[in-house]
Design a binder for this molecule. Structure first.
Ligand code: HEC
Length: 180
């Protein structure tokens, strides 16, 4: 067998004799790592913690909370003495949701999932447009949270709320099914 090079003294010969088995071993390694990758990919796609129904459920809850937080701000701004503490907390909550929203729309959680969802197929067929809408929201959420956290300038608050609301609408108009 060529592997036992210790019986052969010439380093040149033993290297030449070893190479076929080295090639064979690296090929086996390549096949094995491809298999491992496949298992990991399937696990990620089908794992029980990421069933489309679960993701859609979590997404709706997250968006509902986002809606409630935004309503707190709008309601406070309508009052004659807006509560700065409430506005600040709601703004921080919205900014936090901005960080999470990226994970709420994985492929396979659209209308094809067979679960009730208002997410349009365009979210995935127009992924670049959706990313633009999402990024506009994330940016505005962070910016407005700063305005809501600092000072008590109600007109600055109103401006931030309006700009933020436009990014919600910008996404909903294109990527969310309209309900009456
Ligand atoms: C990047 C896109 C996007 C942005 C930005 C966005 N939304 Fe939505 N929103 C959606 C989609 C899509 C749905 C439908 C989700 C579903 O049914 O699976 C939705 C659903 C909702 C719902 C209904 C949740 C439920 O109970 O089912 C509320 C409330 C909501 N959004 C509020 C907001 C508010 C308020 C903002 C801004 C502060 C906002 N959204 C920003 C895309 C977005």
């Amino acid at each position: 067998m060529q592997i036992h090079s210790s019986t052969r003294r010439s380093p040149v010969r033993s290297r030449a004799q070893l190479s076929p088995s080295v090639v064979r071993r690296s090929r086996v390694r390549a096949v094995l790592s491809a298999a491992v990758l496949t298992v990991v990919a399937v696990g990620v796609a089908l794992g029980p913690s990421v069933l489309p129904a679960d993701t859609i459920q979590a997404r709706k809850q997250g968006l509902k909370a986002l809606g409630s937080a935004f309503k707190v701000i709008r309601d406070e701004l309508k009052s004659s003495a807006p509560d700065a503490g409430k506005i600040k907390a709601a703004g921080a909550g919205i900014a936090k949701a901005g960080k999470a929203i990226d994970a709420w729309f994985p492929a396979g959680t659209g209308p094809e999932a067979g679960v009730k969802t208002d997410a349009k197929a365009e979210i995935w067929s127009d992924a670049a447009g959706f990313a633009t809408a999402r990024e506009a929201f994330v940016r505005e959420a962070a910016k407005s949270a700063q305005v809501f956290a600092n000072g008590a300038d109600t007109s600055a608050w109103s401006g931030a709320a309006t700009a933020l609301g436009q990014t919600c609408k910008g996404c909903h108009d294109k990527y969310r099914v309209k309900r009456d």
